[in-house]
Design a protein around this ligand. Sequence first.
Ligand code: UDX
Length: 435
Amino acid sequence: MKISVIGTGYVGLVTGVCLSEIGHEVTCLDIDEKKVQSMRDGISPIYEPGLDEMMKRNIDRNRLFFTSSYEEGLADNEFVFIAVGTPQSKNGSADLQYLNNACKSIAESMRRDMIVITKSTVPVGTNEHVKRTITQHLQEDYKVSVVSNPEFLREGSAIHDTFHGDRIVIGSEDEESLNRVKQIYADFELPILATDLRSAEMIKYASNAFLATKISFINELGNLCERLGANIENVSKGMGMDQRIGEKFLNAGVGYGGSCFPKDTNALLSIGNSVDCDMAIIKSVIDTNEKQQRIIVDKIKEFVPDLTNKKVGVLGLAFKPNTDDMRDAPSIKVIRELVDSGAEVYAYDPIAAENARVYLPGATVYKDSIDETLEDMDFAVIMTDWKDIKEYPLEKFNEQLKNPVLFDGRNCFNLQEMQKYGVQYHSIGRPSVGI
Ligand code: UDX
């Protein structure tokens, strides 16, 4: 099938590359000419395990193309996926300027009837708006059908999630376009849920907000566990064994970040406000998450009251492992707080350091290894549970640090194990050891 994908961010590029992998002829379109050039050479603008190889393979097979021209991008294709960004605007709502621009450009370049499939996360009712906008700007009398097909992929495992996700949601306005879009996914062995347009749009926000709720819930409980001398890890395990609750997304930590949860929870709150619907749960999920990053700084200040000229090694910067994405990473707030309190920050991340420079200009000295980051530091803070950080030999914390004091925002280590190595170890929702 002949498919166009507009926008080559995470969602668009992974979708386009995966659809070409199963045999479709896919043209990915982006207005950034430089990005298009390097993608033609098989270089992905994002870090995603396995993506470069899959890109190169399908470029060589002549079924994956990149362009910055709408005429070339749409050509005589039957389907166009819209996967442009919908960033958060000042009032918390989703900013639809890129989507609107894409709709106008599609209308101007369409040369046949098309099915327009929205992958971007968009407020409820947007697909109807997409149809209106394209129809208004059409040059000739073509039929435009709209379909909502939200994505649920996680950064770092985006390819796996595309092929092995839990479901494919297709919201449509008519049987015919539903069946055509089902055909695109015919080789995916995944359950398909067909809904109306508005419910499909809602499923995306609802799913992300629910996962964010699980995280804020467990973080709040973790804070309570600390005060009561319980251990949140054991509590999560005990809760997760109840299949109605489920064990996933119950890891306490420094809170969620990334390109989706913060933006989508805020957008959902704003959607609720716009129709005068009280979103008390979502509001407190957001508040709890924002507080969670303060809490680790408060804990640091409890044990190191004067941070002036203290040398701090920060391990991990990305909002989670296996990505170089720094968007809304909890490390940003924590490092800014430490620096504002007079500390000198030395940081390590296996791949996100380059992006971190943009978010933390001048605030941090970047180091190339964990050893170097810990050497001679007054204490260390873990912000991302990267594999190499989790597998760092425990005895080395004591050897490298000036004072063996470790604040772990991701509960990377076992308390009993840590106790053997003489490190003062503070984590989230668990008793401190080595004090
Ligand atoms: C998320 C959704 O999982 C995905 O379905 C959606 O399409 C996009 O948003 P992503 O942002 O890539 O994906 O990351 P995810 O793995 O879900 O983690 C989000 C944040 O939650 C990270 O900061 C992570 O560290 C945090 N998290 C996750 C926790 O703090 N505790 C947990 O138990 C799980």
